[in-house]
Design a protein around this ligand. Structure first.
Ligand code: FMN
Length: 216
């Protein structure tokens, strides 16, 4: 009975959040040909790459209680294949929270424009011309901590490659939000995949990176 209640609550929370995100569906969303060509050129240049990401381990929709977050798994694939350095945006604000209360908190943070703090800093941002930006979709866009990051770091002038993991919203409004945050950056169209697929579908990430000229 308890399990049933939990499943219903989770499903409801996700349905609401998906509805709020405009209900866009993407699976292994690829860049347009033009943007791919740009990215291929970037890959060929062989500049230093960075993956900036946030990922929430713990209780989550469709995957249960996970030790490693879905987006972190994709970030690790990217680093393995491209050699990119990583900066993980870490906040302990959500540690140990069950899925539904986390949904409620995340919604409130979004409505109130909260900017949660995160640990650490990037000292050598100038070293990187191309940055992958990865996140779970929360209520149709980035978790608020990502907007804290956007406020702190100026990524204008760089090539930015957004990617998300999600359970139905695809990229949500993440690409638009990166473009809004950095109007002078070259923001590629982005890539998304279902969070519950990341452990079994590494090949989807490999294929996407190949389309950008990485790992060929
Ligand atoms: C607070 C919260 C809100 C979410 N909102 C959405 C949403 O709007 N659309 C969606 O497709 N998935 C949503 N999800 C599901 C996550 O995007 C998905 O499980 C993702 O893979 C989690 O990645 P992570 O393990 O790296 O944090 C939400 C999950 C949480 C915890």
């Amino acid at each position: 009975m308890k399990t049933m209640k939990y499943i219903l609550a989770s499903a409801l929370c996700l349905l609401v959040s998906t509805a709020c995100s405009g209900n866009k569906k993407f699976e292994g969303n690829m860049n347009g040909a033009e943007k791919n060509a740009e990215a291929k050129a970037v890959a060929k240049e062989g500049g230093k790459l960075l993956v900036v990401f946030f990922s929430h381990a713990g209780d989550n929709y469709a995957v249960g209680n996970i030790e490693v977050g879905n987006t972190k798994i994709v970030a690790d694939y990217i680093s393995e294949i491209t050699g990119a350095d990583q900066f993980e945006i870490v906040t302990h604000k959500y540690d140990g929270m069950a899925y539904r209360p986390l949904c409620d908190l995340a919604k409130k943070e979004q409505q109130n424009g909260k900017l949660p703090e995160f640990e650490g800093s990037i000292d050598n941002l100038d070293d990187y011309d191309t940055i992958f930006i990865g996140d779970p979709v929360w209520w149709g866009t980035y978790p608020q901590v990502m907007f804290t990051f956007f406020k702190k770091y100026d990524l204008n002038g760089k090539t930015l490659i957004p990617f998300t993991t999600h359970e139905g919203s695809g990229l949500g409004s993440c690409v638009d939000d990166v473009r809004k945050a950095y109007p002078k950056a070259n923001v590629l169209n982005g890539f998304s995949m279902y969070g519950h697929d990341v452990r079994t579908h590494k090949s989807t990430v490999v294929k996407w990176l190949k389309s950008l000229g990485f790992g060929e």
